[in-house]
Ligand binder design. Structure first.
Ligand code: HEM
Length: 407
């Protein structure tokens, strides 16, 4: 058996086109739209020889593969590496990288910690922090929106919500960068991100300990489940780690992208200003339009078939959520950013049993920020060429210079 990027080499399934593309090429990662449309044009799947994987990017098949946990498992890793063939770089997540019944138990604990009631309690301070930040940026006029808004806001409110004793914006963002780049191949992006490990990983693990957490917060609720014997203390630490892995870079990405979308579409910003309640849908449409998590994998756990394509056990499939969310067959005028579209069935937050457990946290953050912008800012303009930051799994901005104008 030949191993490529930690998984089994497969034969090209009958009827599937071979496509010599590198989905993890930085040029593709920063500007993926041609790659997305070409992938969809290939049919339900394309075989990518460089990594010996299948890729899917049409809405129907992507949804089917991504949500069918019995045939397409997460326990063998949601990146290119197959955990059944070798040790991953860190102990696997006990929620993201497992299947039922283990998943069910951990998921129940984390869902309780991130319950709608828990998030409602935070809303007032979320709104206050957002109003203050947007007020300060409005006074500045022109600012660097990735650093001063998209990174600043989540790394201010989220560590408090988790109950972290200390916050460190750089380390939180860098840890997410490691986790998400690690899902890709052994390329320069992954190697550079992993090189930050010694400065970042011990700090993160320290913050996940029970004694470091405040008595109120998502972390404390997770640890309370050890006292009832539901999970062990070690598992609680891993669940807090999941929050820190998945809850920062994703929200940084969506906030930056939302500002980018509104700056590029002044008519949509005027709609939002006229009815700030559309903030919720501006968030969902940003998710659909920009897919902050562009690609996650699944592994076929048995010989199976999807849309007439025979898929062998051990096949790694990259589910290109970014392509599926722009599929014209599912979304009329898919390339138009329209905050009244109300795309509640986009795949940007996943689907099925692994669907994002933190989505209400992300919604609360985005709602607070977008509502504050709608209420206070008169116009949003690009004040420089936006620069995207390549990452093996996250589509995110690196630099976005913006001018906010008041009346
Ligand atoms: C807009 C921001 C976010 C995006 C785009 C996003 C995206 C996703 C996606 C696509 C999945 C599905 C993964 C899969 O099926 O393999 C997922 C799962 C998950 N997300 Fe999020 N996420 C966001 C925010 C958050 C936040 C704020 C948190 C923590 C508070 C979080 C924690 C998690 C966890 C723990 C899982 C694993 C759930 C499971 O496997 O049952 N996410 N997210």
């Amino acid at each position: 058996m030949k191993i490529i990027e930690g998984h089994k080499e497969i034969d090209v399934p009958a009827g599937v086109p071979v496509w010599d593309v590198d989905p993890y090429d930085p040029a593709v990662l920063v500007d993926p739209s041609d790659y997305y449309s070409e992938l969809r044009s290939k049919g339900p799947f394309a075989y990518i020889p460089r990594y010996s994987i299948l890729a899917c990017g049409r809405y129907e098949e992507t949804k089917e593969v991504f949500s069918d946990w019995e045939r397409f498992v997460s326990s063998r890793g949601v990146g290119l590496q197959d955990f059944s063939l070798g040790e991953p770089w860190r102990p696997p997540s006990i929620v993201l990288e497992v299947d039922p019944p283990d998943h069910t138990k951990a998921r129940a604990v984390i869902e309780r910690a991130l319950s709608p009631g828990a998030i409602r309690k935070l809303m007032e301070s979320y709104r206050e922090d957002a109003e203050n930040l947007i007020g300060e940026l409005l006074e500045k006029g022109t600012f660097e929106a990735v650093e001063e808004l998209a990174e600043t806001y989540p790394t201010t409110v989220f560590p408090d919500a988790v109950g972290l004793g200390e916050s460190d914006r750089r380390r939180l963002v860098d840890y997410g960068e490691m986790v998400f780049n690690a899902l890709g191949p052994d390329n320069e992006l992954r190697r550079n991100a992993m090189a930050k490990g010694p400065n970042v990983v011990p700090w993160i693990l320290e913050q996940c300990k029970r004694e470091r957490l405040e008595p109120e917060g998502f972390g404390a609720t997770i640890y309370a489940a050890c006292d009832t014997g539901e999970i062990t203390e070690e598992e609680a630490g891993l669940l807090v780690r999941s929050l820190l892995s998945a809850g920062v870079d994703t929200t940084v990405a969506v906030l930056g992208s939302a500002i980018w979308c509104l700056a590029n579409n002044p008519d949509q910003f005027q709609k939002l200003k006229a009815d700030p309640k559309l903030a919720r849908w501006a968030f969902e449409e940003t998710l659909r339009y920009t897919s902050p998590v562009h690609t996650f994998c699944r592994t076929a756990n048995l010989d199976t078939e999807v849309s007439g394509v025979k898929i062998a056990e051990g096949t790694k499939i990259i589910c290109v959520l970014g392509a599926a969310n722009l599929d014209e067959d599912h979304w009329p005028q898919a390339d138009k950013f329209d905050i009244e579209r109300k795309p509640s069935d986009h795949l940007a937050l996943g689907v099925g049993i692994h669907g994002c457990v933190g989505q209400n946290v992300a919604r609360a953050e985005a709602d607070a920020v977008l509502t504050a912008i709608a209420n206070k800012v008169e116009s949003i303009e690009l004040a420089g060429e936006p620069v995207w930051r390549p990452n093996n799994s996250v589509h995110t901005l690196d630099r976005l210079t913006i001018t906010f104008k008041s009346k």
